[in-house]
Design a protein around this ligand. Structure first.
Ligand code: PLP
Length: 421
C-alpha cells in the first residue's frame, strides 16, 4: 500500500478498518479531555469497558453465597480457571490441555525451570539472549546457582554483533552448534522487550532439539501480539503474562504452556500443590500427590478468581476477533508508523533510527532518538502521547491493533515533528 502523511488519508484507513469498533470497547486515559495516544499496550494494556461487569459478577456472587460460591456462583469458582483455558490456548496456538492460567510470569518461569532445567554434570548450560528482561536473567542465574553452577560460565548470552542492535539468527544457530554437548536448555524471549525483535521460535526449537536441549520461551511480549503455534512448533514449555497485550489489568494472572508430549511423563520432577492434584480425589485430602495429566498439573494454589475475571473480559474480545484479524491490522498499523517515522527522518536528518528488525517484528517499534534525551519523552507526555522510554534514548511505541487507530499514528507524527523542531 502507498501511504500518505496526512489526516484525511489516516482517517480513510480507519474507515476501512474492520476492527475500528473495538477501540470503543476500551477506556483511554484522558489528556485535555481527549483520548491520549496510547502506545504502551506492550507494558500495560488498556482496560476493556466490560471488565467491571466480569468482576462485578464475582463480587455479587461472593456477597450472595460466601464460600458456597465455589459451587453456586454463576461461574463456579472451583473450576473458574477452566473458563480461560480454551480461549488462551487458541491465542498461543496450543491444545487446551497444554495450557493453564496461574500465578504470575516469573513464578511460572521458575516452576517450569524446576521441571525442564535438569542439568547433568556434562549437560548444564543455558542459552538466552543478551539483555533479556531482568526478571528472566535473575530467574536463570538463580536456577543455575541453585543447581551449583556458576552463571558466569554456564549462562550463554547471545549478543548483537558490535555496532548492531539486534541478534542475527545465524549467530544463535552457531552458538547452539558450538555448545551442542553441554547445552541443557534454551530459554529466549519470543519477542525481545527492548528491541522488539521477534525470534524464529520454530527454527530455534528445532535447532535446540537437534542437539538434545530443551527449548522454552518467555512470551510476555508475544502473547496477543503475534500468531503463535506453540504446539506445532514443538516448543517444550512457555510462560507469559496477560497484562501487556492481553489487557488483564496490573499484575494480572499469567499463562503457562507445557507440550503434550511431557504431560503424562510422571518422571519429570515438579513442585506440587493441591490444585495440581487429580480433580476427582482432590477433596479426599489424601497425602499422596496424584498429578492431573494436563498443564494444570503445575498449579499450586486455588485460582485467583478476581484476577481471572478481569482476564476473561479481554480473552472474550480476542476470541471474538481471532489472532489472524489482529495480525493483519497490526502489520498495516506498524508499517504506517514506520512510514511516518521515515517521513520525519527526511526532514530531520535521520535522527530517528528504528532498531526493530523490519522483517522480524510484531507491533512494537523501538526508536533511537539520536541527539535527544529524556526531555523528548517528557514533551511527548505533555502533548498527550504515552510512549515508553528506555535510557539513554530509546522510545518504544506499540500501536496495538485492538484499540489504536491510524489517526493516532498520524497525530503522533505531527506532535513528534513539532517537538523535534
Ligand atoms: C513484563 C515481563 C516480565 C515481568 O514479569 P512478572 O513476573 O510478570 O512481573 C518478565 N519477563 C519479560 C520478558 C517481560 O516482558
Amino acid at each position: 500500500m502507498v501511504f500518505e502523511n496526512n489526516l484525511s488519508f489516516a482517517k480513510s484507513l480507519d474507515k476501512q478498518d474492520e476492527l475500528k469498533l473495538y477501540r470503543e470497547k476500551f477506556f483511554f486515559p484522558q489528556h485535555e479531555n481527549k483520548n491520549v495516544i496510547y502506545f504502551t499496550g506492550n507494558s500495560l494494556g488498556l482496560q476493556p469497558k466490560n471488565t467491571q461487569h466480569y468482576l462485578q459478577q464475582e463480587l455479587d456472587d461472593w456477597g450472595k453465597y460466601g464460600v458456597e460460591g465455589h459451587f453456586l456462583a454463576k461461574n463456579p469458582w472451583l473450576s473458574y480457571h477452566e473458563l480461560l483455558t480454551n480461549k488462551m490456548a487458541k491465542i498461543v496456538g496450543a491444545l487446551p490441555e497444554e495450557t493453564v492460567m496461574m500465578n504470575q510470569l516469573t513464578v511460572n518461569l521458575h516452576l517450569l525451570l524446576v521441571s525442564f532445567y535438569r542439568p547433568t554434570k556434562n549437560r548444564y548450560k543455558i542459552l538466552c539472549e543478551s539483555k533479556a528482561f531482568p526478571s528472566d536473567q535473575y530467574a536463570l542465574q538463580s536456577q543455575l546457582k541453585f543447581h551449583g553452577f556458576n552463571p558466569d560460565e554456564a549462562l550463554i548470552e547471545i549478543e548483537p554483533r558490535p555496532g548492531e542492535y539486534h541478534i542475527r539468527e545465524e549467530d544463535i544457530y552457531k552458538t547452539i552448534e558450538d555448545n551442542k554437548n553441554t547445552l541443557a536448555l534454551i530459554m529466549i524471549g519470543g519477542v525481545n522487550y527492548f528491541t522488539g525483535q521477534v525470534f524464529d521460535m520454530k527454527s530455534i526449537t528445532q535447532a535446540g532439539h537437534n542437539v538434545g536441549a530443551i527449548v522454552g520461551f518467555d512470551l510476555a511480549h508475544a502473547a496477543g501480539n503475534l500468531q503463535l503455534e506453540l504446539h506445532n512448533w514443538d516448543v517444550d514449555f512457555a510462560v507469559w503474562c496477560s497484562y501487556k497485550y492481553l489487557n488483564s489489568g496490573p499484575g494480572g494472572v499469567a499463562g503457562a504452556f507445557v507440550h503434550e508430549k511431557h504431560l503424562k511423563n510422571t518422571t519429570i520432577p515438579q513442585f506440587a500443590g493441591w490444585w495440581g492434584h487429580d480433580k476427582e480425589t482432590r477433596f479426599l485430602m489424601d497425602s499422596k500427590f496424584m498429578p492431573i495429566q494436563t498443564a494444570e498439573r503445575w498449579q499450586l494454589s486455588n485460582a485467583p478468581v478476581l484476577s481471572m475475571a478481569a482476564c476473561r473480559a479481554s480473552l472474550d474480545i480476542f476470541d471474538e476477533l481471532g489472532m489472524p484479524a489482529l495480525d493483519k491490522k497490526s502489520k498495516l498499523l506498524t508499517a504506517y508508523l514506520e512510514f511516518i517515522i521515515d517521513e520525519i527522518n527526511v526532514e530531520k536528518n535521520n535522527c530517528l533510527q528504528i532498531i526493530t528488525p523490519k522483517n522480524n517484528r510484531g507491533c512494537q517499534l523501538s526508536i533511537v532518538a539520536h541527539g535527544y534525551g529524556k526531555s523528548l519523552y517528557n514533551q511527548l507526555i505533555e502533548s498527550g502521547v504515552i510512549p515508553d522510554w528506555r535510557e539513554p534514548n530509546v522510545i518504544r511505541c506499540a500501536p496495538v491493533p485492538l484499540y489504536n487507530s491510524f489517526e493516532d499514528i498520524f497525530r503522533f507524527g505531527e506532535i513528534l515533528k513539532k517537538i523535534l523542531n
